[in-house]
Design a protein around this ligand. Structure first.
Ligand code: ATP
Ligand code: MG
Length: 202
């Protein structure tokens, strides 16, 4: 059986929080690869204008290219309409029959997953790796999950990762305010943001 990690996100922009989550999960669960899948139109991000999907994807490409254990998939961008995780997981499940899928998600995203489409289906199609994230406690989250999916013991795993209080929202804000973003994300991504003049009037 092959193993594949799936790291979904808006990645606007990708940062070291995403990369450390993927790499820690890859090592802990012996995953052959982690596929980063930038969203096309995120259904839940309505209060700010998300950067063009191909540009977000380009930043992911720059960030993951140095790691042979990482890859990029543009399947959510190519697909029309809003990006629902469940559609992506179904497509991967069908395409990769002999592969065990691991869905990697931060504690905040897992919490909102309960309000996404068909959370039980997500757990049925993949094993979920719930990584720690500063500011988002896992404890009461698991009590909530208990109510939705009682038999989740061998389907959802908690993984403690090095705590990085970095978010894309904060990076966009910093760019807008002229604060430094160096050491929060890969240098190549920082250079690309400057080259394309992203986030300065976000
Ligand atoms: P935004 O502030 O725009 O929501 P974000 O930093 O939360 O951006 P997303 O693209 O929304 O990044 O997140 C993609 C995935 O990465 C989610 O599962 C999220 O929980 C996880 N993640 C993001 N930042 C971290 C971090 N610092 N530590 C652990 N997990 C993280
Ligand atoms: Mg987020």
């Amino acid at each position: 059986m092959k193993t594949l990690g799936i790291m979904g996100g808006t990645f606007d922009p990708i940062h070291f929080g995403h990369l450390v989550a993927a790499e820690t999960a890859r090592a802990a669960f012996n995953l052959e690869r982690v596929l980063f899948i930038p969203t096309g139109q995120p259904p839940h991000k309505v209060n700010y204008k998300v950067t063009d999907p191909w540009e977000r994807s380009e930043m992911v490409r720059l960030a993951v290219s140095a790691n042979v254990g990482f890859g990029l998939s543009e399947l959510e961008i190519v697909r029309e309409g809003p990006s629902y995780t469940i559609d992506t997981l179904r497509a991967l499940r069908e395409a990769l029959v002999d592969t065990e899928l691991f869905f990697i998600t931060g504690a905040d995203a897992l919490r909102s997953m309960l309000s996404w489409r068909e959370p039980e289906e997500i757990i049925a199609l993949t094993k979920v790796i719930s990584v720690s994230r500063p500011g988002y406690p896992l404890q009461d989250l698991f009590e909530t999950i208990e109510q939705y999916v009682p038999d989740h013991q061998d389907r959802i795993f908690q993984l403690k990762i090095p705590a990085l209080a970095i978010s894309s929202t904060d990076i966009r804000k910093r760019v807008k305010e002229g604060q430094p973003i160096r050491y929060l994300l890969p240098d190549d991504v920082k250079s690309y943001i400057e080259l394309r003049d992203f986030y300065r009037d976000s």
